[in-house]
Ligand binder design. Structure first.
Ligand code: XBP
Ligand code: MG
Length: 258
């Protein structure tokens, strides 16, 4: 039986509930600054989350939802350049939100990370979001030193294909020189679980408002949150044994499940 050695965390929706009140708000701030009358409502954003990557999401919106969009070819050589420049400003606004402390970690995340470190488990991140978004979130919630707790922060455009492709997870494991059977992945969405399962990783899911109805077939367990000793999680699918909040002992039990 292989030994659990490393935990690989997704970021958006997993470490923190960032999409509805974070990324979506930053996108709208960038549109407003650019003089665009675009408004990504909570509902529309839920549809746009079908694609991972902020630049890709802008392009999906233009191509799928804006029939009469005309690119100013004096300013931008193509839609990719337009999306990249708009996305750069969105990231600026998102980092401001993170620095303001507007986005806390989800319940149980800080406790689980600290317990994993004390147990000597290796930590990594595999996310579609922009690298700065990760370091700013960690700094704002756990302190700047927490960035070094993660051996690898695999993020954004570091790989050619974003989730649901497995690339971001396989790249992180290559950097760590570790095999999937010695790891557990932590995800929140359909694109995320497709990515981690395609990388042959056992995956623990915590759902959120946007992903609660996603199909998590293949995940080892689906919860509403990691929980705290005085605030138990709710099991949505799978077997959590006698555990009521996610801790290292439970992760070792899950890791041994076939
Ligand atoms: C979620 C994503 C990201 C964010 C927006 O990433 O798909 O694109 O929605 O961040 P994950 P960017 O769940 O893998 O953490 O605008 O920086 O892409
Ligand atoms: Mg996610």
């Amino acid at each position: 039986m292989s030994k659990l050695e490393a935990l690989i965390f997704d970021v958006d929706g997993t470490l923190a509930d960032t999409e509805r009140d974070g990324h979506r708000v930053a996108f709208n701030q960038a549109f407003d600054e650019a003089g665009l009358d675009w408004d990504w409502t909570v509902e529309l954003y839920g549809e746009l989350l079908q694609v991972t990557g902020g630049k890709e999401r802008i392009r999906l919106y233009v191509e799928k939802f804006l029939k009469d969009f005309e690119l100013d070819e004096e300013l931008f050589k193509d839609l990719a350049e337009f999306a990249a420049r708009l996305h750069k400003r969105k990231t600026h606004f998102y980092l401001e939100l993170l620095q303001s402390g507007a986005i806390p970690l989800r319940p149980g995340v800080e406790r689980l990370i600290n317990e994993a470190r004390e147990a000597g488990l290796r930590l990594a991140i595999s996310t579609t979001t922009t690298p700065a978004n990760v370091t700013y979130l960690l700094s704002a919630t756990l302190g700047k030193e927490s960035i070094d707790w993660f051996e690898v922060i695999a993020a954004g455009d570091i790989v050619p294909a974003k989730k649901p492709a497995p690339d971001i997870y396989t790249w992180a494991m290559e950097q760590m020189n570790i095999k999937p059977e010695n790891c557990l992945a932590f995800e929140d969405s359909l694109n995320g679980v497709k990515s981690s399962l395609a990388a042959n990783l056992k995956t623990l899911i915590t759902v959120n408002g946007y992903t609660k109805d996603d199909d998590f077939s293949g995940a080892v367990l689906v919860l509403d949150q990691y929980g705290e000793p005085n605030a138990p999680f709710k099991v949505l699918d799978g077997d959590a044994g006698d555990f009521s909040h996610v801790n290292v002992a439970m992760l070792k039990m899950l890791h041994e499940q076939t």
